[in-house]
Design a protein around this ligand. Structure first.
Ligand SMILES: [Zn+2]
Ligand SMILES: [Zn+2]
Length: 455
């Protein structure tokens, strides 16, 4: 222990030489911190239950991208913390033991947050024991090691799947060809989509043929699903060879071409139609959205169906203006959104004479561009240049919501609620059973993790 001398440059720590009375006072202070913390954790459990219900019932789905975005907007959490709350709230829905330990103030939110990253209903009980025994740091280290084992197992499974890909094509004695194989999930999805598309084309062709030559011979039955799939695969092979097996650039592959009757684009209530190139009809509102920031090909038709205008090049926001828009708006302008990139929305649509100028543009993310065009949300430019958004019912959506009413003594309210819930919380409620021994993470994982190699 340092003794303080007048000339020594020793920074004394005041806790060292306290008289006994102060020590017991500080003990009490420490106990008070521990006890109030337990109360707050119990209240956090209630908060998470409310968030889970709000999320499940879609309470946020009135213009917000996600429950986390709503939470961030409404209570001022940063988005990362809000996402974490929602994640933990959802996870606790299937992990009743961990949920209960938090509700009883026995486990801190920090521990529960870490444990829910790996816990499953099967491993929950073991991980709860880890949470009870260890400090927050122990829990964090064990969870990290646990995830590593999980990820290794996942990678192993993915590698096995990938290695197991195969396509066997065999010619039978009668000349028929048998195809059998196993594809990775995403490749399988691609194949299924291609087969769907090809079947649809064959179906449309058959209908068109029928319309021309009348109903087909009654003896010709509708082909079975398996037969249709075989025909579809043949069409795929034919198409692929015809196009020199060129998958094209992504931009070409997903380009959307819409044909819009000119009056519809200006006013959705006008008669007329908007049709995607593939023939699917879209609503007038959707066609307005697709045309709003037209990096798409928009063909306007007159009454006789002649193309009167191809809009893409003229309506695309020029690069300099787009940069200015990005600089001014810095992302989606919808309250609480904050997505960094978006589409240029014409506040007054160009088809109604709205100019493609900075003052008539607002950057909106994909989600909110849809909200404005198709879900009845409104964006207006105020005379001072600021933008304001309204719910479909006309109510204003505040950029920052007013703070909630808080009782004069919120601590008392939390304590009273916890007492009403039958909780008897004290300074030792959340104390880990750890006695100071060294944590051997490797051993702990080997014992606890179901997939760990046993030593
Ligand atoms: Zn728009
Ligand atoms: Zn947005």
């Amino acid at each position: 222990m340092e003794t303080r001398t007048s000339d020594a440059h020793v920074i004394d720590t005041p806790a060292i030489e306290l008289p006994a009375r102060s020590i017991s006072e500080l003990d009490r202070l420490g106990d008070e911190i521990a006890e109030l913390s337990a109360h707050l954790e119990a209240a956090t459990a209630r908060l998470l239950t409310l968030i889970r219900e709000f999320d499940a019932r879609g309470g946020w789905n009135n213009g917000f991208r996600s429950c986390a975005h709503w939470l961030s907007w409404r209570v001022g959490l940063d988005l990362g913390a809000a996402r974490e709350r929602v994640r933990v709230a959802r996870a606790l829905g299937t992990l009743p033991r961990l949920a209960q330990a938090l509700a009883r103030g026995e486990l801190s939110y920090a521990k529960v947050r870490a444990l829910t990253r790996v816990a499953t209903p099967e491993t929950e009980e073991r991980l709860l024991a880890v949470g009870r025994a260890g400090t927050a740091e122990h829990v964090e280290r064990i969870v990290r090691a646990w995830r590593w084992v999980d990820r290794k197992a996942e990678r192993r499974a993915a590698a096995q799947q990938h290695a197991g890909r195969a396509l066997h094509v065999r010619q039978d004695e009668d000349g028929m060809v048998t195809v059998r194989g196993r594809l990775a999930p995403e490749v399988g999805a691609l194949l299924l989509r291609a087969l769907d598309a090809a079947r649809e084309v064959l179906y449309q062709r058959a209908r068109a043929h029928e319309a021309e030559v009348g109903p087909m011979d009654v003896s010709a039955e509708t082909p079975s699903m398996a037969q249709q799939q075989a025909d579809a695969l043949a069409l795929l092979a034919e198409t692929a060879l015809h196009h020199g097996i060129d998958p094209g650039t992504p931009g070409e592959r997903y380009q959307v071409v819409i044909h819009v009757d000119a009056p519809v684009l200006a006013d959705p209530d006008q008669p007329g139609q908007a049709v995607l190139e593939e023939g699917a009809r879209v609503s007038a509102e959707t066609s307005q959205r697709l045309a709003c920031d037209a990096s798409r090909v928009v063909m306007r038709h007159d009454e006789e169906g002649r193309v009167v205008e191809i809009g893409a090049r003229t309506r695309t926001i020029p690069p300099a203006l787009r940069r200015a828009l990005q600089h001014r708006d810095r992302g989606c302008r919808f309250p609480g959104c904050g997505v960094r990139f978006g589409q240029g929305h014409h506040i007054r649509h160009w088809a109604q004479g709205g100019p493609t100028t900075l003052s008539n543009l607002a950057m909106l993310c994909r989600r909110h561009h849809r909200a404005v065009h198709e879900e009845g949300y409104r964006v207006e430019r105020r005379p001072d240049g600021d933008m304001q958004f309204r719910y479909p019912n006309g109510w204003l959506i505040p950029g920052v919501p007013p703070p909630a009413d808080v009782p004069a003594d919120p601590e008392h309210v939390i304590r009273a609620q916890n007492q009403a819930d039958g909780l008897a919380l004290h300074a030792r409620t959340a104390t880990p059973s750890w006695l100071g021994e060294r944590l051997d993470v490797g051993y702990a994982i080997a014992v606890l993790h179901p997939l760990a190699r046993k030593r």
